[in-house]
Design a protein around this ligand. Structure first.
Ligand SMILES: [Zn+2]
Length: 114
């Protein structure tokens, strides 16, 4: 895995996309844009160790059963890390469909995915 801090170019992008079967969330979705990584970690209820990139998280069945709540970092933080808002939403939407947090089967985005 490449270090995202020294690797903002597309060629270095980590495998952030979910497997195809977790890449088509069509359910109810709420998206909150956190003001900072600190706020994101509070809303996501996780630590730096649990969420080192700090770009997003997803809560299944929040705010209501059957919906999904995605919290994402500000655009600036996502772009600085070498990703796009679209990629972060697709990643987190995969978790809305039940993609495990250990990210089995993750895929490297192509230029078209960005
Ligand atoms: Zn994830």
């Amino acid at each position: 895995m490449a270090d995202p801090l020294v690797c903002a170019a597309a060629a270095c992008m980590l495998a952030v996309l979910p497997p195809v079967e977790f890449d088509n969330y069509k359910g109810l979705l709420s998206i909150t844009v956190a003001k900072s990584k600190e706020e994101l970690r509070i809303l996501c209820n996780n630590t730096v160790a649990q969420n080192p990139l700090g770009l997003g998280c997803a809560w299944k069945n929040k705010p209501i059963t059957g919906s999904c709540w995605i919290i994402r970092a500000p655009d600036k933080d996502i772009i600085e890390a070498g990703y796009t808002v679209r990629l972060v939403i697709r990643h987190e939407s995969g978790h809305c469909l039940g993609w495990p947090g250990s990210h089995p089967g993750s895929r490297v985005p192509t230029a078209a995915d960005r």
